[in-house]
Design a protein around this ligand. Structure first.
Ligand code: ADP
Ligand code: MG
Length: 259
């Protein structure tokens, strides 16, 4: 099967006035259709850089990026990218923010509109359609941004810490809602998170990165039993805590190697 995402020997350096900052080096990653993977690792290990490269917003210094076999030349409507900051338009209502992507791509119909507003309601935002971003909490705005990204039904979804500003209870519910939605649609997804248990609960592979420069430290495969269970219940399964500790230990070793 043709992979949806292929990163081949990707190296990226940010060029400053006086020095270059090697953010990632010789990174290889392949993601198959319908797969849901997570990137975890310390701050500064290149997670956002990797997503931006896949999204076509950043051209890597070296290496090749393929989406469904074709080289990436810039942003594509097939790729939904939810940035670390929400970037809602303050002058548009919540509803108009959510429908923006559909509008821009000429796909705003009665049914796509109804589906998006339903998703907004499923995320606990019914009644907020006519409100403006400034009237919402950070966690609510994050959910709006998530709905906006899901609304266009992208084949590939890139999520940068989408649940970080949410209360724990809501976060668990949304993990379930999002993973169920993606599974139903057959969406391929890459999630960046600092929450290890979230990474294990929602994805089939957890990619642990290390920094200076950013590289893949180790890849962990999530057992089928955990993978096929909704995130909320996956946490109680045998094997979950063991995998958590295994990744945790490796993260600690990575941290020690840095010192
Ligand atoms: P993460 O998302 O894992 O925290 P980033 O991809 O944001 O990591 O950053 C990786 C490295 O690249 C860090 O050392 C960071 O300081 C650097 N970096 C990120 N963005 C820029 C930028 N626009 N200009 C210069 N350096 C950057
Ligand atoms: Mg980041």
């Amino acid at each position: 099967m043709l992979p949806v995402v292929e990163l081949k020997d990707i190296t990226h350096a940010y060029l400053g006035d006086r020095e270059a900052n090697l953010a990632i080096e010789d990174l290889n990653l392949t993601v198959g259709k319908g797969e849901f993977i997570s990137l975890v690792g310390p701050s500064g290990c290149g997670k956002t850089t990797i997503l931006s490269i896949i999204a076509g917003l950043l051209q890597p210094s070296r290496g090749e990026v393929l989406l469904s076999g074709r080289p990436v030349t810039g942003p594509s409507p097939e790729v939904g990218y939810m940035l670390q900051q929400d970037y809602l338009f303050p002058w548009r209502t919540i509803q108009d923010n959510v429908l923006l992507g559909l509008e821009l791509t000429g796909r705003l119909t009665g049914s796509s509109r109804a589906q998006s507003l339903q998703l907004l309601a499923d995320m606990g935002l019914a009644g907020k359609e006519k409100a403006y971003p400034a009237q919402l909490s950070g966690g609510m705005r994050q959910r709006v941004a998530l709905v906006r990204t899901l609304a266009t039904d992208p084949g590939l979804l890139l999520l940068d810490e989408p649940f970080s500003a949410l209360d724990y209870q809501i976060k668990l519910q949304l993990e379930d809602l999002v993973s169920e939605t993606l599974l139903r649609r057959g969406t391929t997804a890459i999630l960046v998170t600092h929450d290890l248990s979230e990474a294990i609960a929602v994805s089939s592979r957890v990619i642990l990165l290390q920094r200076n420069p950013g590289r893949v430290r180790k890849v962990f495969h999530v057992p089928e039993a955990i993978r096929s269970t909704p995130p909320l219940y996956a946490r109680d399964l045998p094997g979950f805590a063991e995998l958590f500790h295994e990744i945790w230990k490796e993260m600690e070793l990575a941290g020690r190697d840095e010192m």
